[in-house]
Write a protein that binds this ligand. Structure first.
Ligand code: FES
Length: 107
């Protein structure tokens, strides 16, 4: 069944996303950190660390995680969960790649 309440918003071309570096995008009133991983997948998460609001698009990517640039919390880009021993989570957003275009799926 197709969910008609999902909007698809073009955010970037694949080429404009640097591999393993974050980039900030504003969509509506949301601020997103978008990452292209070394395996070619694209992940989008809320751009603020749940600890003290560090800008996650400026973090260091390792595998499928990003390290917050402020105090080094490790956050999984797949599910948004902060890794132990720290706790918390950020919102994740679905993305879809069609050809060279990267879209964000918003419910
Ligand atoms: S603000 Fe991200 S680890 Fe402190």
């Amino acid at each position: 069944m197709v969910n008609k309440n999902i909007s698809k918003v073009l955010i970037s071309s694949l080429q404009e996303l640097p591999e393993r570096l974050g980039k900030t995008f504003h969509v509506g009133n949301m601020e997103l950190a978008v990452f292209k991983l070394s395996n070619g997948t694209v992940r989008a998460i809320e751009n603020r660390c749940p600890h003290k609001g560090g800008v996650l698009s400026e973090g260091i990517v390792s595998g499928d995680s990003v390290f917050c640039p402020m105090h080094d919390w490790k956050i999984c880009l797949e599910d948004g969960l902060v890794q132990a021993p720290d706790k918390g989570c950020v919102k994740t957003y679905s993305t879809v790649i069609e050809g060279e275009d990267v879209f964000l799926l918003i419910e």
